[in-house]
Design a protein around this ligand. Structure first.
Ligand code: ATP
Length: 311
């Protein structure tokens, strides 16, 4: 079973690469030792870098955006992501593999949602075709229901999601992020109503998203953003990014981030940047949720968590 899990892991990352390179995305490799936090101050590992302080990258976010500004148009990366998550859950690792992509947007951020749908369907179909024996081996030891997914993935407005929760007796403020229980509950409700274990929820409230997220032009309490879920658990976060220098600086100050720590990043917007967006996916979570394995730590060869640094 262990071998089957790692064959599946390897196939997911191969399918991700295959799907995006067929679509003209190019693979990039961004630095993992960086001068400041990529996703805001919390959960960052700091280290000594000669006579300075450095951080381990919490995502390739800022660098993949700089690649788009550098006119690479569509990029992806498969690489290590570090999060100092001081909690022991079945979903969190302190080091995981991020599957990221970033692309220019021509007219609307739903172009990003379309690519998300294509990539996941490519991965799901690819696993079912190429990993029959592995899935069977896992199913023998840890029985699971095969993943149910639609040919045209479901895209659900965040406000619709909150309505569905409210109609079924769950409390959810539309201006706040979903907590883990409501995420799970919504996953079940969506499965009952739309018969899919995979869906994309879009237009999150601004309180739930990082500084670089593009506001919704129709309602500034919301953003051009999305998460995707498998069996009620988040596997992806994505959004259109702010590409206007002045708006970006305004949002950095609003979120009370010291702009000096982001100067190289923000400077790259000064001469103009194309509209763009992208996503980050957790590889181990995709493996965990596709196969119904209970703990993400079973889906990584050498897990890192607050208590575990060996082997
Ligand atoms: P969560 O709310 O589940 O902690 P997040 O909102 O911090 O996740 P993002 O920063 O949006 O996650 O990261 C993008 C994706 O990376 C997530 O959807 C998830 O698949 C994966 N991911 C994030 N943190 C972890 C972690 N500590 N361990 C494993 N995978 C992770």
């Amino acid at each position: 079973t262990t071998q089957a899990i790692f064959r599946i892991q390897s196939t997911v990352s191969a399918l991700f690469r295959e799907c995006l390179s067929k679509k003209g995305f190019i693979e990039i490799h961004t630095p993992k030792i960086i001068p400041g936090a990529s996703e805001g101050g919390a959960n960052v590992f700091k280290l000594k870098y000669f006579d300075r302080e450095a951080c381990l990258a919490q995502s390739p976010q800022l660098y993949k955006q700089m690649c788009i500004i550098g006119d690479l148009k569509k990029v992806y990366e498969v690489g290590a992501v570090f999060r100092a998550e001081n909690s022991l859950t079945s979903r969190h690792l302190c080091e995981f593999t991020g599957l990221d992509f970033e692309m220019e947007i021509k007219e609307h951020y739903f172009e990003v949602l379309d690519v998300i749908g294509e990539v996941f369907n490519y991965i799901f179909n690819g696993l079912n075709e190429r990993c029959k024996a592995e899935l069977e081996a896992i199913n023998n030891q840890y029985p699971f229901e095969p993943l149910e997914f639609l040919k045209e993935p479901l895209k659900l407005d965040y406000r619709e999601g909150c309505k569905l929760l409210a109609e079924n007796g769950f409390k959810q403020d539309v201006n706040e992020d979903l907590d883990t229980e409501n995420e799970k509950a919504l996953g079940k409700l969506v499965k009952d109503k739309y018969h899919t274990d995979f869906y994309i929820l879009y237009r999150y409230p601004k309180s739930a998203r990082p500084f670089y997220t593009m506001p919704d032009p129709e309602d500034e309490n919301f953003t051009n953003s999305c998460d995707a879920f498998i069996r009620g658990e988040e596997v992806l976060s994505g959004a259109q990014r702010i590409h206007d220098y002045d708006l970006l600086m305004k949002k950095i100050l609003e979120k009370k981030i010291n702009p000096a720590t982001l100067k190289d990043y923000t400077d790259s917007f000064k001469l103009g940047a194309p509209a763009h967006g992208g996503v980050g996916i957790g590889l181990e979570r995709v493996v965990k949720l596709f196969t119904g394995i209970k703990n993400v730590k079973k889906c990584v060869m050498f897990p890192r968590d607050p208590k575990r640094l060996n082997p």
